[in-house]
Design a protein. Structure first.
Length: 344
């Protein structure tokens, strides 16, 4: 399928903003399955739009994919128990959370060589976030219920933030606030990224044991997910704006700031698309993906969506299914634009 030129996206937004004249509908389809070597498990993936690179956590390594060619361009090795990747563009560095040895690997985003290995002041760093406002990296440590703060300039640990429960994913408003899901308490907390203090904690209604979290900084809306549920939350007040049904076995959620769509990656083999329609948030579409595709990243430039997964074998009770050898892929989903229809 041909790639869609930027001016077409602009035309789409103009149509959408003038609904009294026309309507445009967006649908979604898988356009590529990017095969990557390795048979280990996977967790988060991160899109670096400035470089056009996709960072994929996989087994004990991070694989770097050029999204223009869908080719592997680098592998960052020795990332034991890798969970997530954060990019600090202004410093030319990336950060990888390694849960198994409780470290953060710092790497050069040009050469992909390891620059440092930072020991966190906690256990099992899971989600990881670079906050451009404070210019610090935050790791959310799953087995010690705390946050490690690393100064990006020096790669030194400069803080520790205790939490009331188990941290999951986080999002920054890039203006001094970091939002964090507390999984075992079914709450969301607000951290001041400069004082390094928890300022507020909010209940999140129907979302029990939340995992993924995304933010729309233009409208101050948070999207938090758990199996079967997404809550849309006012990031300034903590008020629940909407509660929506999504798929099961969800882990990640991503937000496209231009298309104004939130996408939940459901391990049951679906992706739920949520958008604002006539002032209310609604489920717009449920896209068939592949079982196991539970984490997600979206490009703010191309609007393509990426979900890693693999074919799965038999599973034992209480355990994840086995991974079939040689089947690990990253699904690439592209928006497809349906012709406009005049309104009389």
């Amino acid at each position: 399928m041909k790639k869609i030129a930027p001016f077409i996206y602009l035309s789409l937004f103009m149509f959408l903003s003038s609904s009294t004249h026309a309507q445009k509908r967006i649908s979604y389809q898988i356009v590529n399955r990017i095969h990557l070597d390795g048979d280990g498990g996977w967790d988060y993936l991160t899109m670096d739009d400035n470089a056009g690179l996709l960072y994929v956590s996989h087994g004990s390594m991070v694989q770097v994919v050029d999204t223009k060619t869908n080719k592997l361009v680098a592998t960052i090795e020795d990332t034991k128990g890798v969970h997530g990747i954060a990019i600090a563009t202004e410093f030319g560095k990336g950060y990888i959370s390694c849960g198994r040895d409780s470290t953060v690997v710092v790497f050069d985003t040009k050469t992909f060589k390891t620059l440092a290995r930072v020991k966190v002041n906690g256990r099992n760093p899971d989600a990881i976030l670079y906050d451009p406002f404070s210019k610090n990296v935050f790791t959310f440590n799953g087995r010690s219920n705390n946050v490690t703060v690393i100064e990006a300039k020096s790669d030194k640990v400069i803080g520790n933030i205790p939490l009331e429960g188990n941290p999951e994913f986080a999002a920054t408003d890039e203006n001094g606030k970091i939002y964090l899901n507390i999984e075992d308490k079914s709450k969301l907390c607000v951290i001041n990224s400069q004082t390094q203090k928890v300022e507020q904690t909010w209940p999140i209604g129907p979302v029990v044991e939340p995992s993924g979290l995304a933010i729309d900084n233009a409208t101050h809306r948070l999207f938090t997910v758990s199996d079967g549920h997404m809550a849309v939350i006012d990031a300034q007040t903590g008020k629940i704006i909407a509660a929506l049904p999504i798929g099961e076995r969800v882990d990640g959620v991503a937000f496209d700031k231009d298309l104004k769509r939130a996408y939940s990656a459901n391990g049951d083999g679906t992706m739920t698309v949520v958008g604002e329609v006539d002032g209310s948030y609604k489920v717009i579409e449920t896209v068939k993906t592949q079982k196991g595709a539970r984490t997600i990243a979206v490009s703010s430039k191309t609007h393509h969506i990426y979900l890693p997964t693999a074919d799965q074998g038999a599973s034992e009770a209480g355990k994840r299914p086995s991974i079939m050898v040689g089947t690990f892929v990253v699904l690439e989903i592209e928006p497809e634009y349906i012709a406009s229809q005049a309104i009389h």
